[in-house]
Design a binder for this molecule. Structure first.
Ligand SMILES: [Zn+2]
Ligand SMILES: [Zn+2]
Length: 249
């Protein structure tokens, strides 16, 4: 039986996210608050150097967003394709949520703001701190700071944007951003949610999905890794699916 399908006369047993201990939730809250404050500081600092500002430099902002989207795709693809849930830290924090998410996407909507964003916010903090101390004296250094601030700021929102893409009716401003193609839309992300979940890995702006799909970037990368290491793509995910089927039958 396919994972998530209800057997006649029985309730479906869908996997859900793991319980989150209080200390982890405290860590998430601290990470979210710190990342937000440091991001505001980094953006504020950029506005204090109007002498460096020019229209061509603005292209660093979409370039940073594009880069963040590519990184989101790489991380998502890695979590979906390689490794095992039994791995320390990454198994529970990164791989398990994606395994659950494929079989029970609705569970993601039950997660609180800090649970959804805590880990990514924590990872974004060092990059945002660099933005706060980067030199801004030359057009090149200002452009680099703009790029890194843009990619880190949107990057830390990746899981939130992903959650919005699952909502039947996201907040109004979010829907505008989705409709204008500025962040990942519901329809673009639904293409990922067709088994075997191997399309549209990028979940920040979604801008990289089409070009990466066109050149079969992730399939080629997988073949290369299998060729070099002998590892089989998605073997842990298949095992997870079988374990869920076993619980339901
Ligand atoms: Zn996935
Ligand atoms: Zn999703």
């Amino acid at each position: 039986m396919e994972p998530g399908r209800q057997q006649e006369g029985t309730a479906p047993v869908l996997p859900g996210h793991l319980p989150i201990p209080v200390e982890t939730r405290l860590f998430y809250a601290t990470s979210c608050a710190t990342a937000f404050l440091v991001a505001v500081g980094a953006i504020w600092r950029l506005t204090e150097h109007p002498d460096q500002f020019s229209l061509p430099l603005l292209t660093a902002i979409p370039a940073g967003m594009l880069f963040a989207d590519f990184v989101s795709g790489l991380i998502h693809w890695f979590a979906d394709t390689w490794g095992s849930e039994s791995m320390p830290i990454l198994g529970k924090r990164l791989l398990h949520p994606f395994r659950v998410h494929h079989i029970n996407p609705g569970d993601f909507l039950q997660r609180r703001f800090i649970d959804t964003n805590g880990d990514v916010a924590f990872l974004a903090i060092p990059f945002l701190l660099i933005c706060c101390f980067m030199p801004l004296k030359t057009p090149f250094s200002y452009t680099a700071a703009l790029f890194l601030t843009s990619s880190s700021s949107i990057g830390m929102l990746t899981n939130q944007i992903h959650q919005w893409a699952h909502m039947g009716r996201a907040p109004l401003l979010v829907r505008y951003l989705q409709n204008f193609g500025i962040i990942l839309s519901h329809s673009a992300h639904q293409r990922h949610h067709n088994p075997p979940w191997i399309a549209n890995y990028c979940i920040t702006t979604g801008w990289c999905n089409r070009p990466l799909q066109a050149i079969q970037f992730f399939r080629r990368f997988e073949r290369l890794i299998t060729h070099v290491t002998g590892l089989q793509a998605r073997s842990d995910e298949h095992q997870f699916g079988r374990s869920i089927s076993g619980k339901q039958s």
